[in-house]
Design a protein around this ligand. Structure first.
Ligand SMILES: Cc1cc2nc3c(=O)[nH]c(=O)nc-3n(C[C@H](O)[C@H](O)[C@H](O)COP(=O)(O)O)c2cc1C
Length: 320
């Protein structure tokens, strides 16, 4: 797949997820193969006004292109943020028009942008002008069931020079649950000629095939389907697109341990252990004894003991 002049290997992506797709987890997913990596959302206000360098902007040891997602509503601040993150090595910029969080939409950013097509135009235009790398926009189906305006917004975004669009087929009022409108994603695909990446509810090969077949999208993005299963995007590439089988059969305990060590070295011991708890819960899902494992590691603050629990729990389990 090509996004502007960015040539990618395939078209299956891990969705940006705040608190999850940080540098350590991106490095884990990268080991299995995915078409590009997305950062978590980056507040344009924090970067431009508070001069912050956020941990997620660190792309050390990322071998795949990294698309930096920026969020905000002020066209000039968004443009300046895009310029700054381009300097951090972004392969492309993605504008967040989908975040449903009350604090974000209350300030006019994320999904709230879709309610103001004039502002969408202005934001995309300024960001487009600010950077020379490709530009994408990640949007929702619309604000609520009465305002499903993704096709209209997509048309504006394309006209203002975006190179691809990601559509999460739920509206803002649904937040992250409920049915995904493949029909809305299909309408976006029919409206624009730039590539559309479908998102929402892809959790296995069947839902991945459906997303492609029912919408005509050129790529798919997987969010919660990647939690605890960093190999899932690669499985989609293998099953649907015939990519060679890769990294199957390696030790799951080894993957979890190196994720744990990487997280601790990036976030410090205490914060790292806390951040890893949710991942340990996801990695252990579906295995016998998972709830005992979770009770032991969720209360443990000694990294050596956590590693012992990881070794004992995952034993000789290998990646499927
Ligand atoms: C915990 C969490 C954090 C998220 N953070 C972001 C984010 O930073 N930027 C973004 O565009 N979407 C974010 N999303 C939305 C996902 O990218 C994706 O659109 C959504 O989860 C639907 O895909 P899924 O059904 O495959 O999970 C987040 C979702 C979750 C569950």
């Amino acid at each position: 797949m090509k996004i502007g002049n960015l040539e990618l290997d395939g078209a299956v992506f891990m969705a940006p997820m705040a608190g999850i797709t940080d540098p350590p987890y991106r490095r884990v997913v990268q080991e299995f193969g995915v078409s590009a990596l997305w950062t978590e959302m980056i507040s344009s206000h924090a970067v431009v006004k508070a001069h912050k360098v956020l941990p997620t902007m660190d792309i050390a040891n990322h071998r795949l292109p990294v698309i930096f997602q920026v969020i905000g509503k002020d066209p000039e601040i968004m443009a300046e943020c895009a310029r700054i993150v381009e300097g951090f090595g972004a392969a492309a910029i993605d504008i967040n028009m989908g975040c449903p969080a009350r604090q974000v939409v209350g300030a006019g950013g994320g999904a709230a942008l879709m309610c103001d097509p004039g502002l969408v135009k202005h934001v995309v235009r300024e960001v487009r002008r600010a950077v020379s790398i490709p530009l994408t926009v990640k949007m929702r189906a619309g604000w609520d069931e009465k305002r499903l305006n993704a096709p209209e917004v997509a048309g504006i975004v394309e006209k203002e020079g975006a190179d691809a669009i990601v559509v999460h087929g739920r509206c803002r009022s649904a937040v992250h649950s409920g049915p995904v409108s493949l029909e809305l994603i299909r309408q976006v695909c029919e409206t624009v000629s730039i590539p559309v990446i479908g998102n929402g509810g892809v959790s296995d090969i069947t839902t991945a095939v459906n997303m492609f077949q029912e919408t005509g999208c050129r790529g798919i993005m997987v969010g919660r389907g990647v939690l605890g299963r960093p190999w899932f995007p690669r499985k989609v590439l293998e099953s649907i697109f015939g990519f060679p089988v890769y990294n199957t059969g390696c030790s799951l305990g080894g993957i979890v341990r190196s994720h744990f060590e990487d997280q601790l070295s990036c976030s410090g011991v205490l914060q790292g252990i806390r951040k890893m708890r949710k991942h340990l819960g996801w990695y252990s899902r579906g295995f016998a004894g998972a709830s005992e494992f979770r009770s032991s590691v969720f209360t443990e603050n000694d990294p050596k003991r956590v590693v012992v629990s990881i070794n004992n729990f995952f034993g000789k389990v290998v990646v499927p």
